[in-house]
Design a binder for this molecule. Sequence first.
Ligand code: SAH
Length: 234
Amino acid sequence: MQAANVSPEEIARFDKLAARWWDADGESRPLHDLNPVRLGYVAARMELRGARVADVGCGGGLLSEALARQGAQVTGIDLGEKVIEIARLHLHESELKVDYRMQSSAELAAAEPGSFDAVCCMELIEHVPDPAALVADLAAMVKPGGQVFMSTLNRTPAAFGAAILGAEYIMRMLPRGTHHYAQFLKPSELGRLLRHAGLQLEDVSGLGYNPLSRKAWISRITSINYLLSARKPA
Ligand code: SAH
């Protein structure tokens, strides 16, 4: 089924990167570098062992595997056929178990409403045509009392400079056209979408990243990349 809330060009763009997704020095390099910090953010806020976690827009499965390694029972969904294939293949190497599905957030929310202890949605919302609908899907799939974790890019000149000019044009780290400035969301805007979906925002933290040293860290500065956690009232 073709989902409404998807840009086919976006899916094609990521599918092209699929074969090199697990190459820490390839185009997914920033995701590799950010991944331990994202995992740490989630792990600091919940017990992952035994928890049922959805990873929405999982790509090749960097975060899905990291969560599974901590003992979570992970369902990873993405609409990219190639990225899901790569994610599944990589399980042979990691010997972890993740339930990967080529499915939209709306389909998972309809199939398993209120089923996940936590829902992660990292670096996806800036790529969908209707961010409010995505957030509503995340809210629908999480259990009452469960948490939603997201990361994305802020809509600031600093983010434009770092994520588009810096990463795509100057360092050529990401393919040009990976990000569209107008689709970036400010934390206040994303906060409003979360509230409208019935979620309570609990934390917004900056995600610092130095692409030269390849170091990433949690920071107070949210002007470029940020992480947030929200909770569905019990
Ligand atoms: N969440 C992963 C991958 C981020 S890249 C991580 O942070 O490591 C963005 C991913 O979103 C790609 O794999 C792309 O295929 C997927 N994507 C883009 N639009 C989508 C949509 N509308 N629905 C589901 N996945 C989508």
